[in-house]
Write a protein that binds this ligand. Structure first.
Ligand SMILES: Nc1ncnc2c1ncn2[C@@H]1O[C@H](COP(=O)(O)OP(=O)(O)OP(=O)(O)O)[C@@H](O)[C@H]1O
Ligand SMILES: [Mg+2]
Length: 351
């Protein structure tokens, strides 16, 4: 079982959308996947539940049903210092309308957990309950993965630099940084380089003082560039400039920093699997344009939209034909990305 986090503290760079799309792609390749919504905004949960998420009756019974595993129940357990083993064993996770794909729904209570974890990571001496909050988080996730026989846990993180993200990211096996082609994202790559190193050192100090053993070396797999416009099948000039600058910042600043703390896969391992892009560009995903709206309404990713979904969205004639072509392009893009993630996480197998 592999845990992959999607993280960039820059907001709105497509962390949630990519977690969702990649989850579908991996499950279609035969992997059993749990999408884990770790953001108190609960966008991933909203994306999966769609219209049901705005139905109060549905949401009340969804969260109050004791058999239903969500972060509402899990956060309470972790804060009480308990590992949610019975929860993990007996509870059911929400099955998405796709074989092998499940959701661990988010909750507003995750912000409470965030404050507790932030405090717990700063403890310097024996406060066992705080230590249990730290170990309880991954123990619970790992128990769920074990009892439900998952191949991948994909963690959708919030755009913050709080303790919960620190713990989730540093305790993952791998991480991916979604990016958008703009100045703010370039800025974020520079601050991320410093932040991840700081997080690693803080967790090392925590491990030393508490003698609690937690993971602290997630491997960076690469970036996924999003949302640029195409002209003649290539990003337009303005976007190309940012894509290039972000690629340089990743290779010249982020990766060297991560290497000092053993937190990246090697560039040659990357290039063995992905031959069409330079390290560490996992994929370049153009703007979905209108397809994103149709996808959210149809509760499936853009690359699985069908003729009936387009017709329901009143797309006919040439608009429909163009959309169909794009859907096929996105389908092969996500299939390639899914295969690459499987290969990269196998060739860099740590367990
Ligand atoms: N490739 C794409 N083309 C067009 N729109 C996209 C694409 N990827 C994401 N979006 C849209 O961009 C917005 C932000 O995406 P998303 O919520 O996935 O980002 P995020 O990084 O998870 O945001 P946050 O930091 O708030 O968690 C959403 O409205 C989403 O539908
Ligand atoms: Mg998000």
């Amino acid at each position: 079982m592999k845990i992959i986090s999607f993280f960039n503290h820059k907001g709105g760079v497509s962390k949630t959308t990519t977690t969702y799309n990649l989850g579908w792609a991996l499950s279609r390749l035969g992997k059993k996947v749990l999408l884990v919504d770790l953001d108190p905004q609960c966008n991933l949960t909203g994306l999966v539940l769609a219209h049901q998420a705005i139905d109060d009756d549905f949401m009340n019974s969804f969260y109050q049903n004791r058999n239903n595993l969500t972060f509402d129940a899990i956060v309470n357990k972790i804060i009480d210092g308990a590992i949610g083993s019975e929860l993990a064993k007996d509870g059911s996770i929400y099955p998405i309308d796709q074989e092998n794909l499940f959701l661990l729904a988010g909750s507003l209570k995750l912000s409470e957990l965030d404050s507790q974890v932030t405090a717990a990571l700063k403890i310097t001496s024996g406060l066992p309950i705080l230590g249990k909050i730290i170990t309880g988080f991954f123990d619970t996730l790992e128990n769920i993965a074990k009892y439900q026989d998952m191949d991948y846990l994909l963690l959708d993180l919030s755009p913050s630099i709080g303790g919960l993200n620190q713990l989730a990211l540093m305790g993952s096996d791998y991480f991916i940084v979604p990016t958008s082609p703009d100045y703010f994202c370039l800025q974020a790559i520079h601050s991320l380089s410093k932040k991840i190193k700081e997080w690693h050192l803080e967790i090392n100090a925590f491990k030393q003082t508490t003698k609690i053993n937690i993971k602290n070396n997630p491997l960076f797999l690469g970036t996924i560039q999003q949302r640029f416009r195409l002209r003649n099948s290539a990003p337009t000039k303005a976007f190309e400039k940012w894509i290039e600058q972000i690629r340089n910042a990743v290779n010249q600043t982020l990766v060297p920093q991560l290497q000092t703390i053993n937190c990246t896969i090697g560039a040659s391992d990357f290039s063995k699997v992905i031959t069409e892009n330079l390290p560490y560009d996992l994929a370049q995903i153009p703007d979905f344009n209108t397809l994103i709206a149709i996808s959210q309404r149809s509760q499936k990713p853009v690359f699985l939209l069908e003729e009936k979904d387009l017709k329901e969205a009143k797309q006919f004639g040439s608009a429909e034909a163009t959309s169909k072509e794009k859907i096929e392009d996105f389908k092969s893009l996500f299939e390639r990305l899914g295969c690459a993630i499987i290969d990269l996480t196998q060739s860099n197998d740590k367990k």
